[in-house]
Design a protein around this ligand. Structure first.
Ligand SMILES: O=P(O)(O)OC[C@H]1O[C@H](O)[C@H](O)[C@@H](O)[C@@H]1O
Length: 316
């Protein structure tokens, strides 16, 4: 699992050294950073000026084959229950390679590329030959991710699903609203056992109970408002039509061993991907997608004006 080496001072590599070897840090300066754990290429942290935007449960274990509760992760080649393997596929269980270590671009952004290829283990679950490239770019207020899937089989078409699931850190999930899903058809996995509804009729979708909803053919821009006076998260995606919204709420949180009982309040899980209809990729062909997460801070001027009216009202 890990490479141990002998040294004069210590016969084994310390946990700290091991951890450092598995985590790649993109550091843009000004305390704007992104940490990627090579196990699952899981983004465990995204900080802008030292403010964390990604939820990671305090119960998470970040080692080989141990799935973390939180972060921004990859589900491939299957999302959800899988007859051939574990839920959400194998990509989040395996150690990814560093294709390009973090590099500063001319505009100051930091970019790194990770990859995953078929091996004996993946072939035991899924027969195809593939290469998955995952490019992560850290900007001043944005995190941009690109997937490229290459079918390296000479003769066979492969079918797959791919999803980026992201657990945003929020101060209170009950105050969050998701905007942009109105009129999208959906499957509600909580109510009435996967009941399909014709369409979402709300402009603003809230999360006030256990939520597990798959929205199909969603627009490329979706907003999450993170409570009054707090930042807005803007998600811009391309080639990823489906959007899943999940929060386990009180009862399911108690059942999840890798989540503290009270932690459900502090995240909102948004998954962007191709779920409803599988991607069919011919031999030697490639497919790609992109997601940009942008944090929009509340406008300073609005805050000042808001305070002014509070002050004004109290005197009228
Ligand atoms: O527990 P996990 O395998 O990480 O899955 C966590 C959740 O992922 C998605 O959001 C699914 O829609 C949920 O049904 C599932 O419970």
């Amino acid at each position: 699992m890990f490479e141990y080496h002998n040294s004069t001072s210590s016969s084994i590599m310390s946990i700290r050294q091991m951890y450092q070897n598995e985590v790649i840090i993109l550091d843009r300066g000004a305390y704007t950073t992104c940490a990627v754990n090579l196990y699952g290429a899981l983004i465990t942290s995204w900080r802008i000026q030292n403010k964390e935007h990604i939820f990671l449960s305090r119960q998470s274990k970040l080692y080989y084959m141990s799935r973390a509760r939180g972060g921004i992760g990859v589900a491939f080649p299957k999302y959800g229950k899988w007859e051939f393997g574990k839920m959400h596929g194998f990509a989040r269980d395996l150690k990814w390679s560093v294709e390009m270590p973090p590099k500063r671009m001319e505009n100051g952004d930091i970019c790194a590329v990770f990859s995953l290829q078929n091996d004996e283990y993946t072939k035991s679950l899924w027969a195809y030959k593939f290469k998955l490239l995952y490019k992560i770019t850290l900007k001043e207020m944005e995190l941009v991710t690109h997937f490229t899937v290459i079918n390296t089989c000479q003769h066979f078409t492969m079918e797959f699903e791919i999803v980026q699931h992201c657990l945003f850190k929020v101060s209170d999930v009950a105050k969050c609203k998701v905007v942009g899903l109105k009129d999208c058809s959906l499957v509600d996995r909580v109510e009435a056992c996967q009941k399909a509804y014709p369409k979402e009729d709300r402009e603003e979708v809230d999360v006030l109970t256990k939520t597990d909803r798959l929205y199909k053919d969603t627009p490329d821009v979706i907003y999450i408002t993170n409570g009054e006076g707090e930042e807005v998260i803007k998600i811009t995606k391309s080639n990823l039509p489906d959007f899943n919204l999940w929060n386990p709420w009180i009862e399911q949180a108690k059942e999840l061993r890798d989540l503290g009982d009270d932690e459900y309040q502090y995240f909102l899980s948004t998954d962007c991907g191709v779920i409803a209809k599988q991607i069919s990729l011919g031999p030697n062909c490639s497919w790609s997608s992109m997601i940009t997460y942008e944090i929009i801070e509340p406008q300073e001027e609005e805050a000042i004006v808001g305070h002014f009216y509070d002050y004004f009202d109290s005197y009228c």
